[in-house]
Design a protein around this ligand. Structure first.
Ligand code: COA
Length: 252
């Protein structure tokens, strides 16, 4: 259990399953407990016939700063293991119901790649999508190595995922990484209006239509596993440990 993830049902008859990051003092960095809470919230929403749509939101100024660095460090040093991250990724990649997300500010690492599984992402123009995987001696995850080139083309995907170049909300909209930029004042209203709109659709037809548009879920799951193996090996490398230690020591 963690209060760093808040779960609620919104919309008519609780049709909207809302997952909200609630760790603003750490820019919503995601711990293993938070991944576990999100995986179980998605599974609960998928199993509940009243739920028609999932929504995922951050806090003002930060959607998420990505995987918790302390957790990375613990795994790198062999002090922690666990399936929470892959449980969450597999739950996300296998959703039958649509998912809408809203971003204001930082969207780092998995804070960016989550949206590649979303159907409608709204973000403020100044949001910052950034995946410094290679700078941390890691590799892209969450199926992003398959999904991003399909959406943005190789060069934009390479710039984001390999060169680690940040992308603003405006550029994310231009490249097709997100659906639409909106002002910070409008963000939540737009996200919930989109969720309510989808919740009114015939659910089976919507699930079928969504499935037809998305890449084969087996291929995505296979890529997530392949990335995960490389990521896990890199996580234990000396170059990754040095990058995590540099982050920890940056304020000293
Ligand atoms: N894991 C753990 N803690 C994190 C974190 C992360 N991914 N990102 C931020 N935090 C913590 C900071 O340690 C700091 O905690 P403190 O106040 O106890 O020192 C707090 O959140 C605020 O971060 P800070 O760095 O002071 O804010 P900033 O506005 O100067 O920078 C970031 C924000 C997100 C740009 C910067 O913290 C950062 O680069 N974080 C790492 C992001 C990352 O590489 N994630 C993994 C991607 S694979």
């Amino acid at each position: 259990m963690t209060d760093h993830i808040l779960i609620e049902r919104a919309g008519d008859a609780g049709a909207v399953n809302v997952i909200r990051f609630n760790r603003p003092d750490k820019k919503n960095a995601i711990t293993r407990a938070m991944y576990a809470a999100m995986a179980s919230a998605l599974a609960d929403g998928e199993a509940d016939p009243a739920v028609r749509v999932h929504v995922i939101l951050g806090t003002p100024g930060a959607f998420s700063s990505g995987n918790d660095m302390q957790d990375f460090m613990a795994v790198a040093m062999g002090a922690a293991t666990g399936s929470e991250v892959s449980d969450f990724l597999m739950a996300l990649a296998s959703l039958a119901k649509p998912i809408v997300s809203g971003v204001d500010g930082l969207a780092i690492g998995i804070g960016t790649t989550i949206h590649m599984h979303c159907d409608l992402t709204f973000a403020t123009p100044g949001s910052r999508f950034h995946t410094p995987f290679v700078d941390l001696a890691l590799v892209p995850e969450a199926g992003s190595s398959l999904l991003a080139p399909a959406v943005m083309g190789h060069q934009k995907a390479f710039a984001l995922l390999c060169a680690g170049l940040p992308v603003s909300g405006e550029e994310a909209e231009r490249t097709g990484l997100i659906y639409k930029t909106v002002s910070a004042d409008e963000l939540e209203a737009e996200v919930f209006a989109a969720a309510d709109h989808l919740a009114q659709k015939p659910p089976k037809a919507l699930a079928l239509a969504r499935r037809l548009l998305k890449p084969d879920p087996d291929l995505v799951a296979a890529r997530i596993r392949e990335e995960g193996e490389l990521f896990a090996a890199q996580l234990k490398s000396a170059e990754a440990l040095a990058a995590f230690q540099a982050f920890m020591a940056r304020k000293k």
